[in-house]
Design a protein around this ligand. Structure first.
Ligand SMILES: Cc1cc2nc3c(=O)[nH]c(=O)nc-3n(C[C@H](O)[C@H](O)[C@H](O)COP(=O)(O)OP(=O)(O)OC[C@H]3O[C@@H](n4cnc5c(N)ncnc54)[C@H](O)[C@@H]3O)c2cc1C
Length: 397
C-alpha cells in the first residue's frame, strides 16, 4: 500500500517504521523545516518499549536511556514518602521489557535516523497538511503550499490540533483542562552530589504537583510541574516563562524541589497550557485515520500519551495485515484502540484528583488506599493493565 503520514513526531515516525517493516511504501509529511523535538523528558512503559524493540532499536535506546528503580510519591512540603511503585528489574521481569526515561530529542532522533536510513526520499519537510480528499480508490493529501499527494491510505499523526482530524470528525475545539505545565532540564553536575536516587519523584500538593527524574544516562534532571491555573492559555511547547513565577509556584515545597528549581537556568523555563481531547468512538473513514494525539490527546498524569501513539502504530500495522480491505483494517484498528485510549484519557484526568488534594490528610488517605489496593492485588500492581499490554501480540478483536 502507498501510505501517507501527516506529522513526523514520535507517533508518525513509529507508525512509519512499523508500516515500512510490513512492506508498505510510506511517506512522511512534516510541517516543520526539520525533524526534531523539544528539550524535555518522556517516560515510557514496557508496553511502548516492546514496540521499539520490535523495530530493532533497543541498542540505540540503551545508549541514552535511564532505567528508574521506582516511582516515589511524596508529600509536597515534608517530602514524606506516601506510596512507592517498584520498577527496575522486577518490573522488567514481570512485563517483558524495561521502563525507560528518555530525552524527547533522543527518542525522536533514533526514530528519525532509522526512517531516514531506509527511506530518506520519503521524508517531506516544510510540508504542512491542510486537508484531504477521498474517493472509492484512494486519498489525496493536500498541503498548505498547494501541492498534493495521492495514496491508498492517509494517517493523521499531526498532533492535538490535527488538520486531518478536522477532515475526519469535523471542527471540534480541543478541551481546556485548567492545567498548565512547567518544564525545565538541569545538568546533573549543577546539582548537589547524590541529589536523588534513580527514581521518579512525584511531589504531590494542593492544586499542583511536580515530577522529577533523570535523563540521558543521568546527565540531566527533568522537571515537569503541573499547576491548576485558569489564566494561562498559551499552548506552545516553546513559550518561555519567568523563573520567578516557577519559583513562586513551588514556594514552600520540599528541599529537593527547591534545589532543582534553584539550579534551573533562568532563561530556560517553559510553560504551556494543557488541553486534551474528549474521547470519540470513530476516527476513520474508508482511506484515512488518526493516530496519537490527533486521535486521543490526554493529560500527562499517567505519562502515557506518547506510549499510546507508539502502540497505535503497531496495532494499525497489524490490523491492516489481518483484514482484506483498507476500510476493514481501519475499523479493526480503531476497534482495538478506542477502549484502551479512552481509559487512558479518563484515568489521566481522574489522577488529577489524586495528585492535587487540598491538604496533607487528603494525600495520605489517597495513597493509603493505593497501597492497600496494591497489597490486595496478588496479580500485580493496580496499573498492570498499562504495562502488560503487548501491541506486538495482543489478540485483535
Ligand atoms: C507535560 C507533558 C508531559 C508528558 N509526558 C509524557 C510521558 O512521560 N510519557 C508519554 O508517553 N507521553 C507523555 N506526554 C504526551 C506526549 O508528549 C504526546 O502524547 C506525544 O508527543 C504525542 O505524539 P504525536 O506524534 O501523536 O504528536 P506530536 O508530538 O504533537 O507530533 C505531531 C507532529 O506533527 C507535526 N504537525 C502538526 N501539524 C501538522 C500538519 N498540519 N501537517 C504536517 N505536520 C504537522 C508537528 O510538527 C509534530 O512533528 C506528555 C505530554 C505533556 C504535555
Amino acid at each position: 500500500m502507498k501510505i501517507l503520514i501527516a506529522g513526523g513526531g514520535i507517533g508518525g515516525l513509529t507508525a512509519a517504521l512499523c508500516l515500512h517493516q510490513a512492506g508498505h511504501d510510506v511517506s512522511v509529511f512534516e510541517s516543520a523545516p526539520e525533524l526534531g523535538e523539544i528539550g524535555a523528558g518522556i517516560q515510557l512503559g514496557a508496553n511502548a518499549v516492546k514496540v521499539l524493540d520490535s523495530l530493532g532499536l533497543r541498542a540505540e535506546f540503551d545508549k541514552v536511556v535511564v532505567r528508574p528503580e521506582a516511582v516515589r510519591f511524596r508529600l509536597f512540603d515534608t517530602g514524606e514518602t506516601l506510596h512507592e511503585v517498584p520498577l527496575g528489574q522486577a518490573y522488567e521481569d514481570r512485563y517483558g521489557a524495561p521502563y525507560f526515561h528518555v530525552h524527547r530529542a533522543d527518542i525522536h532522533g533514533i526514530l528519525a535516523r532509522a526512517f531516514m536510513q531506509i527511506a530518506p526520499e520519503k521524508v517531506h519537510l516544510n510540508a504542512h497538511a491542510a486537508g484531504f480528499g477521498e474517493s472509492a480508490d484512494g486519498v489525496t493529501l493536500r498541503l498548505a503550499d498547494g501541492r498534493s499527494f495521492e495514496g491508498d491510505l492517509l494517517v493523521g499523526a499531526d498532533g492535538i490540533r490535527s488538520a486531518i482530524r478536522t477532515g475526519i470528525v469535523g471542527e471540534i475545539e480541543a478541551n481546556w483542562t485548567g492545567n498548565v505545565a512547567w518544564r525545565a532540564t538541569v545538568e546533573t553536575k549543577r546539582l548537589p552530589a547524590h541529589f536523588m536516587d534513580t527514581i521518579v519523584s512525584n511531589f504531590v500538593g494542593p492544586r499542583k504537583h511536580v515530577v522529577i527524574y533523570y535523563l540521558r544516562r543521568r546527565e540531566l534532571v527533568n522537571l515537569v510541574g503541573v499547576v491548576e491555573n485558569d489564566q494561562w492559555r498559551d499552548e506552545s511547547w516553546t513559550s518561555k516563562s519567568s523563573w520567578e513565577e516557577l519559583k513562586a509556584d513551588y514556594d514552600g515545597w520540599a528541599p529537593t524541589v527547591q534545589a532543582l528549581i534553584d539550579a534551573v537556568p533562568k532563561d530556560e523555563c517553559y510553560r504551556w497550557a494543557l488541553f486534551n481531547r474528549l474521547p470519540i468512538d470513530d476516527w476513520s473513514t474508508g482511506h484515512a485515520t488518526l493516530l496519537g494525539d490527533a486521535a486521543h490527546a490526554t493529560l500527562p498524569f499517567l505519562a502515557s500519551g506518547a506510549a499510546m501513539a507508539i502502540e497505535d502504530g503497531r496495532i494499525l500495522t497489524r490490523a491492516l495485515e489481518q483484514e482484506s480491505s483498507i476500510a476493514a483494517g481501519l475499523q479493526c484498528y480503531q476497534r482495538n484502540r478506542i477502549e484502551r485510549t479512552t481509559r487512558i484519557v479518563n484515568t489521566s484526568t481522574a489522577m488529577g484528583q489524586v495528585y492535587h488534594q487540598p491538604d496533607a490528610d487528603g494525600f495520605r488517605r489517597q495513597f493509603a488506599a493505593a497501597r492497600e489496593a496494591a497489597a490486595a492485588n496478588t496479580g500485580g500492581p493496580p496499573d498492570a493493565w498499562l504495562a502488560e499490554y503487548d501491541p506486538n501480540t495482543v489478540k485483535l478483536v
